[in-house]
Design a protein around this ligand. Sequence first.
Ligand SMILES: C[S@@+](CC[C@H](N)C(=O)[O-])C[C@H]1O[C@@H](n2cnc3c(N)ncnc32)[C@H](O)[C@@H]1O
Length: 196
Amino acid sequence: MSKQTESFYNTFSIFYPLADVFLRAQKKVLFKETNDLPEGNLLEIGVGNGSHFKFYKKHCITGIDTSGAMLELARKQIVGNIRLLKMDGKALLFDDGQFDSVVISRVIAVVDDPGQLMAEVLRVLKPQGQVFILNHFTPDNWLRFIDHAFKPISKFLHFKSVFHVHDIPTIKKFRLLKEVHFGFASYFKLLIYQKK
Ligand SMILES: C[S@@+](CC[C@H](N)C(=O)[O-])C[C@H]1O[C@@H](n2cnc3c(N)ncnc32)[C@H](O)[C@@H]1O
């Protein structure tokens, strides 16, 4: 993550709950899927303000983020077995094969090098481990023109409005298990991959 993105999230952390309001349905599906997994070690990359913590039912959670301000907010949301660390998802300080699953919610189009992020995810996942990516992806339909129109502004908001999963080179090292769509006019998808 660039220093500018880190400082962007440090500055706007206080407004962050507003953005969360629009994704309740999508997140409900995400946590239904993670809670259906057997118990295990789950890493969430880019935990933000920790609004997800209350939804995790049985895993041992490690949450990381590069924004100190976001982590401060997240610390107040801790319930149960949750460890929080300031760390870059592109340079994880964990040994290989530590985690059963990884959650990346609205982070993959924020990091400057999603390929490196996914290479790190691959490394820290156990064999057959799963990764849950909830994000906006540029659709093939007319909505793609909105993404392209928004591109110059999105730089200032520190994310890529034009974003395709097939542009991430390391994604080929995972097997796609499930793709959940959220309706015709939604940019959001939940992609569930497994380490090959
Ligand atoms: C749009 S917010 C999403 C927060 C939360 N995951 C959610 O879905 O509500 C993006 C978060 O990712 C964090 N982030 C950005 N780049 C990161 C990186 N390279 N490593 C870890 N966290 C990162 C930001 O600080 C911010 O808290």
